[in-house]
Design a protein around this ligand. Structure first.
Ligand SMILES: [Zn+2]
Length: 118
């Protein structure tokens, strides 16, 4: 079974490590002392179950919502580019058809002129 990894700190992105306290509880710690996320064991929440600690530290509803939004917007952007490419293709087809029609009209006019002059 794959070990569930604790996500890095949401403030400084430094890796957490789960450590057992002297009283048998579990805390998540990192070494960044300038980070606003205090993990010194005095201010950090002590868990009885390390799996619960990891589960709660990995719960990031805002981050998850933003990732879902980004994914949706990336899909919409890809769809828009695909649609733009389709429209560009149709536009080029129309320009080519217009050019052919103009040439045919010019050829017909030239043939008509020759017939009238001949
Ligand atoms: Zn941090």
């Amino acid at each position: 079974m794959e070990e569930i990894k604790i996500k890095p700190c949401p403030f400084c992105n430094e890796e957490f490590t789960v450590k057992e306290t002297e009283s048998g509880g579990f805390i998540a710690r990192h070494e960044n002392e300038t980070c606003p996320m205090l993990t010194d064991g005095q201010n950090g929440y002590v868990y009885n179950d390390p799996d619960q600690l990891i589960k709660e530290y990995n719960t990031r509803p805002v981050e998850d919502a933003l990732r879902a939004r980004i994914s949706k917007l990336e899909q919409e952007l890809a769809d828009a580019w695909r649609k733009a490419a389709e429209l560009e293709g149709k536009y080029r087809d129309l320009l080519a058809a217009q050019k052919r029609a103009r040439r045919a009209a010019e050829a017909a006019a030239a043939a008509g002129g020759e017939a009238n002059n001949g």
